[in-house]
Design a protein. Structure first.
Length: 113
């Protein structure tokens, strides 16, 4: 997946978020480009998904800053979330909480630079 493809997908997520939640809920977007998975700290690499090399692009709204935070997960965390969502698709897991905590901290840190 190229940088342009990621940017195009982020643009789609941003637009969908603005439509679904209103323009005031999501005013900007930010991509966490750290080398480490925000869930477990391991390297983010492609993974096999339905027989293809894939990356897991995800996003959530950091409401305090009205920003859509987009990020990639490692294969292990992505597969765990996929499996969990099969039985409970709307649940927030401990892993989700950890990811959001780490990404919120990274976002705040980059605001200071």
């Amino acid at each position: 997946m190229t940088r342009d493809e990621i940017n195009e997908m982020m643009d789609q997520l941003f637009f969908q978020s603005q439509v679904r939640f209103g323009g005031s809920a999501v005013k900007s977007r930010w991509f966490y480009n750290g080398d480490k998975c925000p869930g477990c700290g391991k390297a983010v690499k492609t993974m096999k998904f339905k027989g293809q090399e894939s990356l897991s692009l995800n996003a959530f709204i950091y409401r305090d800053h009205s920003v859509l935070i987009c990020y990639l997960l490692c294969g292990k965390c992505a597969k765990w979330i996929f499996k969990r969502s099969e039985t409970d698709p709307d649940s927030q897991t401990v892993l989700h909480d950890e990811i959001e905590k780490n990404l919120k901290a990274a976002f705040i840190k980059q605001l200071g630079h």
